[in-house]
Design a protein around this ligand. Structure first.
Ligand code: MF3
Ligand code: CO
Ligand code: CO
Length: 258
């Protein structure tokens, strides 16, 4: 039995976790406004997940201290919610939600605008989102894994932005991070063939400036080295007979018009 493939009952559980994770991102939208702190946003997400009788997967994961990751502006990923970090007009914010339900994981994130975004912020977030959608469109059984990264990198670089190399997507299921690694750039090391019933995340991190990143002294917060803006979108997908199903798709999310 191939460990990368999920059976029916596992897929069912990942779907249940995915629905809750996507609902968190829908629910939190109206709270992402000027003057709210990232800790307050964390606590609202936490309470929502607990109310669904689920567990926030980030809390305590390798010692991560909060329930979701919140990454503002030049923070690329793994931002730690903080009572002193108030959002302000023009900020771009990624909220990354991992939910565990019946022992199975799901993982999704999206960008939010606080008040009115700059033209650059809007473009960057649009390109990050579209790069994820383009990758989702090419996925199907029997193609090689590097097609995902190739698709993302080609599009993003054509738009003048860069793809972060240091973090990747991942298989997901009984554990938060499983095989295979999903690179968001082309690499000939990524020759694995995609098969029906794989479940993995795609989560491109896209920088307005250079692709280089730097981890802060807190051991978690990752920033762009040049302090340029960064944007990320993440979905958990199930490989199907002819393509893939976005398990963390939000009800109002419109993929076709992008
Ligand atoms: N959610 C992140 C991912 O997409 C991982 C966060 S790990 C944490 O893989 F510990 F920072 F929460
Ligand atoms: Co992930
Ligand atoms: Co995530």
């Amino acid at each position: 039995m191939n460990v990368l493939l999920k059976n029916k009952s596992e897929i069912k559980k990942i779907k249940i976790a995915s629905k809750i994770a996507s609902e968190v991102l829908e629910m939190i939208k109206s709270y992402v406004i000027p003057n709210i702190t990232t800790l307050e946003l964390n606590d609202i997400c936490h309470d929502f997940i607990i109310k669904k009788k689920a567990i926030p997967g980030c809390l305590g994961y390798q010692g991560f201290p909060k329930s979701v990751c919140i990454s503002v502006n030049d923070i690329v990923c793994h931002g730690i919610p903080n009572k002193n970090k108030k959002l302000k007009n023009g900020d771009i914010v990624n909220i990354d939600v991992t939910v565990v339900k019946n022992k199975y994981y799901s993982d999704t994130s999206k960008m939010f605008f606080v008040g009115k975004p700059s033209i650059l912020s809007k473009r960057l977030c649009y390109v990050a989102k579209k790069s994820l959608y383009l990758a989702i469109k090419v996925i199907k059984p029997e193609i090689k894994l590097y097609k995902i990264g190739e698709t993302i990198q080609k599009y993003v670089e054509k738009k003048g932005f860069s793809v972060v190399r240091d973090y990747c997507g991942h298989g997901i299921g009984r554990y938060f991070h499983e095989e295979p690694q999903i690179l968001h750039y082309k690499s000939n090391k990524n020759n694995l063939i995609i098969k029906k019933n794989m479940v993995f995340t795609i989560e491109p991190m896209i920088n307005a400036g250079s692709k280089s990143v730097k981890c802060m002294k807190d051991g978690w917060t990752v920033k762009t080295k040049d302090r340029s803006l960064s944007a990320q979108y993440e979905h958990t997908v199930l490989i199907t007979k002819n393509g893939c199903e976005i398990l963390t798709k939000r009800e109002k999310e419109n993929i076709k018009n992008n």
